[in-house]
Design a protein around this ligand. Structure first.
Ligand code: GSF
Length: 202
C-alpha cells in the first residue's frame, strides 16, 4: 500500500497513526496538494489527502473510510468496535475531532490564502465558535476517564490527539491546555506512544 499525504495534515496523521498501531506497512508519498503541478486529482478527484493506493491500484479516500478499512485488515490493536452503540460512539468522537479540524482549517485558509481585504471576520468567528464549542464538548465528554471511549485506547483517542496536536501546531495562541486540563492530560499520554512520536506534524 501507498499513502499519498503530507507531514502537516492532521487527517494524514490519523491514517499514519492507525497504520503504525496496527503494524501495517505502507509507503508515504509526499504530495503538496496546493502546488500548481500537483497530480493528486489523478488519485482523488476531490484533490485532497490522505489518499490510500491499494495493491491493485484502487484509490481510497477520505480518512474515515481509510481507517475503517485498515482496522479490518488485522486484529492487531483493534481501534473501532464492531457493532452498535460502541461503534457509533467512536465514529461520533471521530466526527467531532475532525469537525473541529475542518472548521480550524477553514480559518487558516481564510487567513493565509485570501487577501487581507477580502477576509471575513464574521466567517472566521463562525468557524472559531465551532472550534471552541468542539473543544468544550470533547472535554466534557472525556471527564475524568483515561480514554475517550470506554476503558481502552481507540480511534476516538487517535482523532482527538490529531486534532489537539494540529491546533497546537497551527494555532499556538489558542490555549486549549489551560482551558481543558483533562484534554492536556490525555494529549500528553498519547504523545508518548511511538505512533504519535513518529508523526508529529511539521
Ligand atoms: C479531509 C481531508 C482534507 O481536508 C478526510 O480525509 O478526512 N474529510 C477529509 N485534506 C486537506 C489537507 S489538510 O488540511 O489535512 C487537503 O487535502 N486539502 C486540499 C483542498 O483542496 O482542500
Amino acid at each position: 500500500m501507498k499513502l499519498i499525504g503530507s507531514t502537516a495534515s492532521p487527517f494524514v496523521r490519523k491514517v499514519r497513526i492507525v497504520l503504525a498501531e496496527k503494524k501495517l506497512e505502507c509507503d508515504l508519498i509526499l504530495e503538496d496538494v496546493w502546488a500548481s503541478d500537483t497530480t493528486i486529482q489523478n488519485s482523488n478527484p476531490l484533490g485532497k489527502v490522505p489518499c490510500l493506493i491499494l495493491e491493485d491500484n484502487i484509490c481510497m479516500f477520505d480518512s474515515h473510510v481509510i481507517v475503517e478499512y485498515l482496522d479490518t485488515l488485522t486484529p492487531v490493536s483493534k481501534l473501532i468496535p464492531n457493532l452498535g452503540r460502541e461503534r457509533a460512539a467512536v465514529k461520533c468522537w471521530e466526527a467531532l475531532a475532525d469537525g473541529i479540524l475542518d472548521a480550524a482549517i477553514l480559518v487558516r485558509l481564510e487567513l493565509i490564502r485570501r487577501p487581507a481585504d477580502k477576509q471575513s471576520n464574521d466567517w472566521i468567528a463562525r468557524q472559531m465558535s465551532k472550534v471552541h464549542a468542539g473543544l468544550k464538548s470533547m472535554s466534557a465528554a472525556l471527564g475524568d476517564s483515561a480514554f475517550c471511549s470506554g476503558a481502552h485506547y481507540s480511534l476516538s483517542d487517535v482523532c482527538v490527539g490529531c486534532a489537539l496536536g494540529w491546533l497546537s501546531f497551527r494555532f499556538p495562541d489558542l490555549d486549549w491546555r489551560s482551558d481543558y486540563p483533562n484534554l492536556e492530560k490525555l494529549f500528553e499520554k498519547l504523545s508518548e506512544r511511538p505512533s504519535f512520536k513518529e508523526t508529529v506534524p511539521y
